[in-house]
Design a binder for this molecule. Sequence first.
Ligand SMILES: [Zn+2]
Length: 352
Amino acid sequence: MPISPPDEKLLDLPSIELMELFGRIRYLTDKAGFSGTLPAIWQCSDESQSIKKALFGYVFNCPSFNLGRVGALLDPTRLATAAHHGNDLVIIGGSHLGAQQEDGIGYIERIHGDVAPCCGKLTRVLGEYLQLYQRATQLIKIFRAGGTARIEIPYKYLFSKPRSSTARIQIRLNRLVGGESTGEGSLGKIFPMNHALITDHPALGELTETPQPIGKRLTPDTFSFRKNLDHDSLEPLSMLEASVFDFFPEIVSSNQPHRRICDINTWRQFHRMASYITDYFDGSHRNIFVLAGLTIDHSVRHNSFVPQFGFWMEQGKALEARYFNTEQIHELLSKQKIYRPPVTFLEYAGIT
Ligand SMILES: [Zn+2]
């Protein structure tokens, strides 16, 4: 079993407007004695992330250093270069999601008027798995016969096939069925339903003799995915897929699968970042503050941010570095005042 990411409810806190967020981080890091601070950021390369990047630089009075790639993949090796460009480091990063959510996918209106999935890269990683799951929730049927609950599993889920370059859903038969097959259905075999499934879903008492799709009762513990992954690939799509693969059952069965893949990606990249910092910068006497979270794209120009994970290392003391969960990082930030840049954005950009 993979280590579980934090529960989705814990990560779903209100978002903060960017100037307030950056102002609070600036206040916090000024107070903590940060100096010669380089702002650095890992995020998707989408246009909708660019004003965020600009405002981050504005508040810290230094254009930000790029640590990320498309899909909000972190390239930790760039941190070594960033370290030559500043003394202390303030790093923010994470996935982004279009604020208009429909059927669990986030959308944004692009500059030419098209409404498109956002983050598009993560939608592409998600698509194959979400489709397999949704099809299974419709094809596996449940009904009542002879006074007992039954389940029909299509043959395509009963036969095992070798792992290939196309994803497959692997049903955990012992979690769904409660005994030997009792007959043939139109698509597959009929079994008594597993007792746990009946007790976990009391509404099953209302089953009729007409088969109905199992739907959301196909919970993450009842299936897994199989696919040959390319762990050595440096192509972003493959890297993203490999990084979140173990968590796909949880992602696709969420009511907000797009948001969930964003959050799990952020969680994975944040811990890559934190372990790189503790290994690489131990004893360097640097102050490093990292904030990871979800950027909500209201439009291509306007974002807000949900803080989710924090890391703070003072004076290069890796062993004493502090980690903040979502609730703790919200609390830490809410206690700070909001720093306001003393110059206008145009003045910051060198235009007087
Ligand atoms: Zn994106």
